[in-house]
Design a protein around this ligand. Structure first.
Ligand code: UD1
Ligand code: UDP
Length: 364
């Protein structure tokens, strides 16, 4: 019997964890008994129904045994509260492994709490680097990698990043498994369950946009550059923007009114897959959405100065434009002449989740 605690808290982590939870169930079925017990701990970092609950329902993620309700506040304060409460849970549950995803404050709190109790940590989405230490995500992912026993990398670039940092000498279990988000997209696409409202919205031509990263929302110049550009574009081509609560609050504070962009509340995963599948192109600063644009065979304009998903840029699928209004407008103009071949396989074989479970069970 092996007990795994899965620590999640933010939207993209629910989507990633859905894949591995399903792989755990599959593993148990294949051995004919509940060899792995998964205890899900939700830190509460994201708490609105459309940022959290909707994913558990749609993706049939097992309900968390614990919801710590620790969202809100500054990075340090939130991470500190999580660290304290997660340690209590880990002390009482006594897991064999703690599983964490990506690069959020919940990831860091989960990995550090476990490492300090000498519980082996498995990090899914290890090795990614933007080389911008001002990003909270870069700090979280680098520190999490350092205390992890299993480093599950989505790409060879991520493996190379770890090698360059000397991880082979540290005796870590590094494995390139592909991207669990690709597994998720393949699995849930096949179900095609978007809402009628989103299907109706997606009938005309439109661009899909998402904006939420701290580097943009916390810098008034950048946020204005992005939204002024999207407002101009939206006067010609519809721009659908499911608005992250962080960004909504910032726009309200800055008194920025959006007149042309079609702003909607954050949507569930099925609706998001539909919006990606039917759009002309994607404008985003999201990590996950950059890849999903590629899965949906849509060009992506990334509203950041650098990306961890460099293979998308190298192969012409993704254009990095930062937050400069003129650069965003110029990139939009170039979209119509773009003919891209999306047959390249960059993110594995759709079985990354199974590889996580197999590797943990073989090398525990
Ligand atoms: C976090 C992650 C980021 C990830 C994103 C996914 C960190 C450092 N950042 O950023 O890497 O890309 O999640 O979406 O962990 N809020 C609500 N309701 C919610 C959630 C958030 O109102 O359900 C508001 C709150 O005002 C909160 C703010 O958004 O303070 C920011 O939330 P937080 O989780 O700190 O960071 P994100 O920007 O969501
Ligand atoms: N997503 C969603 N609804 C939305 C916006 C995003 O389901 O309204 C999904 C998106 O399809 C992707 C994930 O959330 O799977 C990405 O999360 P986000 O952009 O919040 O974070 P990041 O990937 O940048 O960490």
């Amino acid at each position: 019997m092996m007990k795994i605690i899965t620590v999640i808290g933010a939207r993209p982590q629910f989507i990633k964890a859905a894949v591995v939870s399903r792989a755990i169930e599959k593993y148990n079925e294949s051995v004919g008994k509940a060899e792995i017990e998964e205890v899900i701990v939700h830190t509460g970092q994201h708490y609105d129904a459309n940022m959290s609950e909707v994913f558990f329902e749609e993706m049939s993620i097992p309900q968390p045994k614990y919801n710590l309700h620790l969202g809100g506040g500054t990075h340090g304060a939130m991470t500190g509260r999580m660290l304290e409460k997660l340690e209590e849970v880990m002390l009482s549950e006594k897991p064999d492994v703690v599983l964490v995803y990506g690069d959020t404050d919940s990831t860091l709190a989960g990995s550090v709490a476990a490492a300090k109790l000498h519980i082996p940590v498995a990090h899914v989405e290890a090795g990614l680097r933007s080389f911008n230490m001002n990003m909270p995500e870069e700090i979280n992912r680098a520190l999490t990698d350092r205390v992890s026993k299993w480093l599950f990398c989505p790409t060879e670039t991520a493996m190379d990043n770890l090698r360059a940092e000397g991880y082979e000498k540290l005796g870590a279990n590094m494995l390139c498994i592909g991207d669990v988000m690709y597994d998720a997209a393949l699995f849930y696409w096949a179900q095609g369950k978007a809402s009628d409202e989103i299907k109706a919205l997606a009938k005309e031509d439109y661009y899909l946009a998402t904006v939420h990263r701290a580097e943009n929302t916390d810098d008034p110049v950048r946020i204005k550059g992005i939204f002024e550009a999207l407002e101009v574009i939206a006067q010609k081509t519809k721009v659908v923007l499911p608005l992250h609560p962080r960004t909504r609050k910032v726009l309200e504070k800055l008194g920025m009114k959006l007149q042309h962009i079609t702003c909607i509340d954050p949507v569930g995963y099925f609706d998001m897959l539909h919006l990606q599948g039917s759009c002309l192109a994607v404008f985003t600063d999201s990590g996950g959405v950059q890849k999903e644009a590629f899965f949906a065979e849509k060009p992506c304009i990334t509203l950041r100065d650098e990306t961890e998903w460099v293979e998308l840029v190298k192969n012409g699928y993704n254009t990095l434009v930062g937050a400069d209004k003129e650069k965003i407008l110029a990139a939009e103009k170039e979209l119509s002449g773009k003919k891209l071949d999306f047959s390249m396989n960059l993110y594995g074989d759709g079985h990354a989740g199974d590889k996580v479970v197999k590797m943990i069970m073989e090398t525990k």
